[in-house]
Design a protein around this ligand. Sequence first.
Ligand code: GLP
Length: 242
Amino acid sequence: RIEIVRSAAAAAAAERGAERIVACMRNRTQLTLGLATGATMTPLYARLVAASRAGLISFREVTCFNLDEYVGLAPSSAGSFHRYMHEHLFGHVDIEAGRARLPNGMAEDVAAEAAAYEAQIAASGGIDLMLLGIGANGHIGFNEPGSDFASRTREVELDEATRVANAGGFPDLAHVPRRAITMGIATILQARSILLVATGSEKAAAVAAAIEGPIGPACPASALRLHRNVEIICDEKATAAL
Ligand code: GLP
């Protein structure tokens, strides 16, 4: 299902995404969510925080697993996804600390951390709703072009274009880590439902490749067409190449 949000307000598509999550959380209080970071998600999380403050939703029985984290960044570092999640969501809602999970980018044994993360997701009963953004190169999580559709949580090397796109959270490009730990494409596809939000003209080519291009590793987001319950919410700019 693809929804194009036609609105002059830049945050309208993200807010529509938030409405979907709020509806899901009001329908079921015990839920496992997969979460994403990035500029696209900031207005979405602001909406979730507002809904939580208004008493419409509660995270008390919700478990969250973030998609990814940079390798070698302490949770409190500028640019870390731990910090992003704390600042934009977890620090403002009633989630238990142990239920707000991200991969540990500081783990000495990253492969063991990745395997443990997969096991934690499975032990939670699996992800009910996986929230995704999309990279301008079609990545989901940090699964860059070329990623195997059978991939699980693992350490990956970031594309230079991704480092440049994500440099905003860091003092300069040299500070952007080169490696990350990310859920794999197979991990993502195991979620019972998936919600992808894409906004802005810089995502137009990736959105078109994901929806209309060949299904294959050249565009990791094209893997979503192999899943039976995916909703894509875009603003008009992100659909310009469809
Ligand atoms: C990062 C994250 C992705 C996210 C993407 C888009 O690289 N690993 O999960 O979807 O960037 O981010 P933005 O919303 O800032 O464009």
